[in-house]
Design a protein around this ligand. Structure first.
Ligand code: F6P
Length: 319
């Protein structure tokens, strides 16, 4: 009988629990033993590993966060840390590990593979910054959370006739800003991937105001610059009172959308199948509704293209 472990690592994302559930249940279905590692690679180093059964993952498909907890382990980046992790892998006799997380977690999975432990990566991050897959688990939920916030902020923006900057997460990736900005009908979307001119942003706000537009929503991806400075600049150039909202970790929590639950279920089950087929160092993903798998190497190094067409569309529709 094969022994498979599962861990969640890096920033949590809604849908990680659904992925853990899919890994645990399908592993049991195929006759494998399954173990949960607490707190990602940190827990692997500490040997925080427990056997799971089908009821360990009952009642979690709809929950945000991760029942396995997560961490960003600095120790695992060291050779000594990885050696300690290998000790736990050998102690528990693990034949393979499913790693749910973002690019940093995939790099960890790659390191384990180099040490002889078969690993499969499942993309779990709200950032959507792994380009080999059309979507990462948690992204859709985060975008919906932002859309909800946009609607609420638009109400008060209209009442006061203000400009409102809404800063969203994404690290170096502007996808949350782009998708939520388009779906939320934002006037302006500012992302790290695209050059922007503050005078043009202001020109658009003033034009809108002159046409009788009451609200002005600017979606700003984190990492572009200081949001409060930007707010001051906008106020100075346009004379429009400006407020800033940082959505922060609200975007990381909440019940996952149906899309994220289904994606997590499909990817979790496929990850287990791959391990049982004897595959290693692969990452599962989704392309045109089909589950795919690529090498971890390819997943980590996929080119970081940005959807310019969608960005242009958002610009056209927000005139
Ligand atoms: O990678 C997910 C993410 O939420 C990023 O969007 C953000 O930059 C970062 O994690 C925040 O990390 P932490 O929760 O450790 O502050």
């Amino acid at each position: 009988m094969k022994k498979i472990a599962v861990l969640t690592s890096g920033g949590d994302a809604p849908g990680m629990n659904a992925a853990v559930r899919a890994v645990v249940r399908s592993a049991i279905y195929y006759g494998a033993e399954v173990y949960g590692v607490k707190q990602g690679f940190h827990g692997l180093i500490k040997g925080q590993i427990e056997q799971m059964d089908r009821s360990s993952v009952a009642d979690i498909i709809h929950r945000g966060g991760t029942i396995l907890q997560t961490a960003r382990s600095e120790e695992f980046k060291t050779e000594a840390g990885r050696k300690r992790a290998m000790y736990a892998v050998e102690m528990f006799g693990l034949d393979g590990i499913v790693v749910i997380g973002g690019d940093g977690s995939f790099k960890g999975a790659q390191k384990l593979d180099e040490l002889g432990v078969p690993t499969i990566g499942i993309p779990g991050t709200i950032d959507n910054d792994l380009r080999y897959t059309e979507s990462t688990i948690g992204f859709d939920t985060a975008v919906n959370t932002v859309i909800d916030a946009i609607s609420k902020i638009r109400d008060t923006s209209s009442s006061h006739g203000r400009a409102n900057i809404i800063e969203v997460m994404g690290r170096h990736c502007g996808d949350i800003a782009l998708y939520a900005g388009l779906a939320g009908g934002a006037e302006t979307i500012i992302v790290p991937e695209m050059y922007f001119d503050i005078n043009k942003v202001c020109g658009k706000l003033v034009q809108g105001k002159n046409r009788g537009k009451l609200h002005s929503i600017i979606i700003l991806a984190e990492g572009v610059g200081d949001r409060f400075e930007m707010g001051k600049q906008i106020e100075k150039i346009t004379g429009i009172e400006t407020r800033v909202t940082i959505l922060g970790h609200i975007q990381r929590g909440g019940s996952p959308t149906a899309y994220d639950r289904i994606l997590a279920s499909k990817l979790g089950a496929r990850a287990v199948q791959l391990l049982l087929e004897g595959k290693k160092a692969r990452a599962v993903g989704i392309k045109a509704l089909n589950v795919i798998d690529v090498s971890l190497e390819k997943a980590i190094n996929a080119d970081s293209s940005f959807n310019d067409e969608m960005y242009d569309l958002a610009d056209i529709l927000s005139i």
